[in-house]
Design a protein around this ligand. Structure first.
Ligand code: NAD
Length: 366
């Protein structure tokens, strides 16, 4: 049953990690290492069943293969989950036990923060293995990825404006930004700097008030964001907001934002195309965070990170070319770009050593 599941998803290796004394039950899924070591975050979640945890880690690690491939990184896809409640089951021993398992893989899997994990947890993981990104900046970590994600989203937006309107002038168009968190607020700032008309919403009233005061945006209630007369709908909060109920309400001709899993399902993605709306595939647009963290592998440099964000423009342009070439929706074209790149690089049969982590100049935390 388990092998069938793994085979269907195309995974290379799935590691079940158990340490009784530390209370560790974790699964590390390495989906694909053709492009390089598998990089993907560690999630801690009180899964109802072990099967739920397995399903999640298999799905998420496969997603990382596609995301890293489209981002143009020499990095494969992986992910890890710890079964437990982040509000009460965390301990030094738990994360160090997990770190030992990561280390035992010799760099085939590099971990990072994800839901339920913070930089302090990563400090413990880092005591046992150097195959960690997203550690504290004092250890050469890259810090908060959100400004990079926002800037990368802006690059993706410009490529999408070019596709839809034949211009890249952000300020000539209007925007509906949903979510004013770490990424959304920064994105609003970037749009405002370019003179755009912006509608915003958030369930957090303080954030809305801040955006209105600081950037002179127009605030609407959370459910009204789908009805505003904006050219671009920019989901920067939750997943699944492009669905059967919201799509008929959207006036926008472009969907481009940082949120993960924006399309409720593939059928909606097909419908988006039928309606002549250009959808900027979420995992290509919001790759700024993973690009940023990937630079830790060779020694982090902020300037390099900002330059790297600009490649998101070209990645999106390439996705639109493939969509036109093959007559397929953009969400499928993004997957195709990833698959074509993995196939082409796989044929070169490069040894993984070229991209193995070196973590230059980094002092171990103990
Ligand atoms: P965040 O938690 O800082 O912000 C999310 C915001 O959305 C919050 O202010 C929250 O109040 C708001 N929100 C929640 N439900 C809402 C609703 N129904 N209507 C309106 N607003 C709502 O998260 P973030 O780091 O800014 O990330 C935003 C999205 O981008 C997430 O989907 C995340 O997975 C994705 N993402 C983030 C990064 C990154 O670098 N932070 C990278 C890739 C993808």
């Amino acid at each position: 049953m388990i092998f069938e599941h793994i085979e269907n998803n195309g995974h290379e290796q799935v590691v079940f990690c158990h340490n009784k004394d530390a209370g560790l039950k974790a699964i590390i899924a390495i989906h694909n290492t053709v492009l390089g070591p598998a990089l993907g975050g560690l999630r801690m979640w009180p899964y109802k069943t072990e099967q739920d945890a397995l399903n999640d880690v298999l799905r998420l690690s496969r997603g990382m293969t596609y995301k890293n491939a489209v981002a143009g990184l020499n990095i494969g896809g992986g992910k890890a989950v710890i079964i437990g409640d982040p509000s009460k089951d965390k301990s030094e021993a738990l994360f160090r036990a997990f770190g030992k398992f990561v280390d035992s893989l010799g760099g085939r899997y590099i971990t990072a923060e994800d839901v339920g994990i913070d930089v302090n947890d990563m400090e413990y993981v880092y005591r046992e293995t150097e195959y960690v990104t997203g550690v504290h900046q004092v250890h050469g970590g890259s810090g908060d990825p959100s400004p990079f994600t926002a800037y990368g989203t802006l690059q993706g937006l410009m490529a999408t404006l070019n596709k839809k309107y034949g211009d890249e002038e952000v300020g000539r168009h209007s925007y509906a930004v949903q979510g004013l968190g770490h990424v959304g607020m920064e994105f609003v700032k970037l749009l405002k700097e370019r003179g755009a008309k912006i509608f915003v919403t958030d369930i957090n009233k303080d954030l809305v008030a801040h955006a209105v005061d600081e950037y002179g945006v127009e605030a609407v209630a959370p459910d009204e964001i789908y009805d505003v007369p904006a050219d671009v709908y920019s989901p920067c909060a939750l997943g699944g907001t492009v669905n059967e109920l919201t799509l008929p309400r959207l006036k926008a001709k472009i969907i481009c934002g940082a949120a993960n899993n924006q399309l409720a399902n593939n059928a909606i993605g097909d419908e988006v195309m039928k309606r002549g709306i250009v959808y900027a595939p979420d995992y290509a647009v919001n790759a700024g965070g993973v690009m940023n963290v990937s630079l830790e592998i060779d020694g982090y440099n902020r300037e390099r990170a900002m330059r790297m964000m600009r490649t998101i423009y070209h990645n999106l342009a390439r996705i639109y070319e493939i969509a036109d070439r093959d007559g397929i929706p953009t969400y499928r074209a993004a997957d195709r770009l990833a698959e074509e790149r993995i196939a082409a690089i796989g044929k070169l049969k490069l040894p993984m050593g070229r991209t193995a982590p070196r973590f230059l100049g980094r002092m171990r935390g103990h």
